[in-house]
Write a protein that binds this ligand. Structure first.
Ligand code: NDP
Length: 342
């Protein structure tokens, strides 16, 4: 396919500065965790990438293990990069991560230098890149000295394999520790990637305030709670949905009566604002001053379009926020809580 990006791609997207850096990120970023794996990209997945970039989404988030099978999302994205996106490389912010289970044996996951360096090299090879824009420690490793994980991030940064460094799902305490270790080595943490949504609010305890203080940007992942914050599950679990796939990360057990009630109540508030629930959920995450960008996933171009339209109404009145606060209770859906519990 001869893809040519829309000349209007920067006409409507909004951008925000990432922490105290020199880089702006689009308010909506696209993650390739689900729907971009397999032997090759299906036509909808390709369309999603092109539609996103044509809409000003310059940031695409990957990790070593995205697929399935693990690695295939990076390999598929690499093919798009080598052809369709090649001439736009300098308009793109591409990230990868290492931390979760990637290959067999004792050196295939967590936070050792051995694993992270090898994984970064593999990711670059799969994507056909000399460098990624952001490289993350994907999770905190309680059994590896933080200094060693920092050693790996330092080597990746200083060898030019990543322009910026990020951490994901680290607690405030461990974020501050890592920040100080890297600071001594003249490296700043550019960005933190926590889970954050209307029904997963651990980020607000103190991490958001600390990130502002430290000058670190935030990319909030699963801002739609994997799709639960839409009208999709109001009447049960539809066939074409993440929760209907037993291999997906959205446990059917999350779709409880209590959570459906919370979602229905929030849906009513969204309607009054003239938004869909997904749009209000994204606008609400972006209303937190610490948040630079909302990192969505999608299974269709239609969803991306709807989600970008959330940017048409980012303002909340005091009374709207109060009403939302009353309804937006914890849904007990944070699968990543372990990493931030240290
Ligand atoms: P979301 O919360 O945005 O959920 C995305 C899913 O919600 C879609 O795949 C789709 O599911 C559904 N959806 C999206 N838009 C709509 C809409 N408008 N109406 C109805 N349903 C909608 O994010 P993800 O959980 O996918 O995570 C986003 C990204 O965050 C990942 O791709 C990855 O890059 C990153 N991430 C990082 C993690 C980390 O540890 N650092 C962990 C998890 C994610 P359906 O298939 O049902 O249509």
């Amino acid at each position: 396919m001869n893809y040519k990006a829309s000349p209007k791609r920067y006409s409507s997207m909004k951008y925000r500065r990432c922490g105290k850096s020199g880089v702006d990120l689009p308010l909506i970023s696209l993650g390739l965790w689900h729907n971009f794996g397999g032997r090759q990209l299906n036509s909808e997945a390709k369309k999603m990438l092109f539609y996103s970039f044509d809409s000003g989404i310059t940031h695409f988030d990957l990790a070593n293990n995205y697929g399935p099978p693990a690695g295939s999302a990076e390999a598929n994205f690499g093919k798009i990069l080598s052809k369709e996106f090649k001439r736009y490389r300098d308009e793109l912010i591409i990230s990868s991560k290492a931390g979760y289970d990637m290959w067999e044996g004792p050196y295939g996951e967590w936070g050792s230098k051995k694993y992270i360096i090898a994984s970064c090299d593999q990711s670059l090879k799969r994507m056909g890149l000399d460098y990624v824009d952001i490289f993350y420690s994907h999770r905190f490793d309680p059994n590896t000295p933080l200094e060693e994980t920092a050693d790996a991030l330092e080597l990746i940064y200083k060898s030019g394999k990543a322009l910026y460094i990020g951490i994901s799902s680290y607690s405030s305490k461990k974020t501050i520790e890592m920040f100080n270790i890297l600071k001594k080595r003249n490296i700043k943490i550019f960005i933190h990637q926590p889970s954050y949504s209307l029904i997963n609010r651990w980020f607000e305890k103190d991490l958001d305030k600390n990130l502002i203080k430290l000058g670190i940007g935030t990319i909030a992942f699963s801002p739609l709670a994997q799709g639960m914050l839409s009208d999709k599950y109001l009447k049960g679990i539809p066939k074409a949905s993440r929760a209907s796939d037993p291999k997906s990360a959205l446990d059917k057990g999350f779709i409880t009566k209590r959570n459906i009630k919370i979602i229905s109540d929030l849906n009513q508030i969204a309607k009054k604002r003239g938004q869909t629930l997904s749009q209000m959920a994204l606008a609400w995450v972006l209303n937190n001053k610490a948040v630079t960008t909302a990192l969505i996933g999608a299974s269709s171009v239609k969803q991306i379009k709807e989600n970008i339209e959330s940017l048409d109404n980012l303002n909340f009145s005091k009374s709207e926020l109060q009403e939302i606060n009353k309804k937006a209770k914890e849904g007990n859906i944070n699968k990543w809580a372990r990493s931030s519990s240290y």
